[in-house]
Design a protein around this ligand. Structure first.
Ligand code: ATP
Length: 234
């Protein structure tokens, strides 16, 4: 579904992403893991059109995405939930959800989709008329995911969904991500919390200093000495 080939992202003299390859097949969760500053967010930014790669290719179902505007990429079904959630704090849960579907759906379709999202995220039904800014961090993360899901993405990209959440809420959010996959959604997940990412991913790539240092199934990576020593505290 998604094929990233020799992707390179530079900010002036800084090589943030250096010729990485990545592929995500339909129905998989692929995790991109690594420490702070490894180049994970820059990879997602390049896939979603927020930054222009200095070289390399991003192909989605064989179509080249590089060079398209972020809205055009979103319209193809590649949707990003950015780090830090970025919901609209002064708008209600209902208004946030409507904005998520605004670009693509007719009002009847948006209503049906909203109902599906409220089934999937019961907490959002409970807080339907509450302002986003009054929700807890975990609830805001769910709202951010539900808002992205409103547009019926084919590939959902999640940037650090565990960031800043209490451990119990992290479990809730990750259970939800796993349940989205069971419904057939394809997911590219970025995580600093390597142990957590490897628990739900099918495949993973470890990034360090902008380079892909290791790729394989999540099980292979969880068993590798490098991952165990560098990221799992073994
Ligand atoms: P984090 O978890 O902190 O977001 P990351 O793995 O997502 O880390 P990136 O944010 O992609 O890493 O950053 C990769 C490198 O690029 C880092 O050295 C970072 O300082 C640098 N960088 C990121 N954004 C910019 C920018 N807008 N201008 C200059 N350098 C940047």
């Amino acid at each position: 579904m998604l094929n990233v080939e020799a992707l390179r992202v530079r900010y002036g003299e800084v090589d943030a992403v250096n010729r990485i390859d990545l592929s995500v097949a339909k129905g998989e969760i692929v995790a991109l893991v690594g420490a702070n500053g490894a180049g994970k967010s820059s990879t997602l930014a390049a896939i979603s059109g927020l930054v222009t790669p200095s070289s390399g290719k991003v192909l989605f179902d064989g179509d080249e995405l590089s060079g398209l505007a972020p809205e055009q990429i979103a319209r193809k079904g590649v949707v990003l939930v950015p780090e830090g959630r970025r919901i609209f704090g002064s708008l209600t849960v209902a208004e946030n959800l409507r904005l998520g579907g605004a670009m693509h759906l007719s009002s009847a379709e948006a209503k049906t989709r909203e109902e599906e999202m409220l089934e999937l995220f019961p907490i959002l039904r409970r807080y339907y008329r509450i302002r986003g800014g009054n929700l807890s961090g975990g609830e805001q993360q769910m709202l951010a995911i539900a808002r992205a899901m409103m547009s019926k993405p084919r590939l959902l990209m999640l940037d650090e969904p565990s960031l800043g959440l209490a451990p119990q809420l992290i479990d809730t959010v990750f259970d939800l991500i796993a349940s989205l996959r069971r419904k057939g959604l394809t997911i590219l997940l970025i995580e600093q919390n390597v142990a957590l990412a490897l628990e739900i991913a099918d495949k993973a790539t470890v990034l360090a200093n902008g380079e892909a240092v290791l790729s394989g199934t999540a099980r292979e990576l969880a068993g590798s000495d490098l991952v165990r020593q560098a990221y799992l505290g073994a």
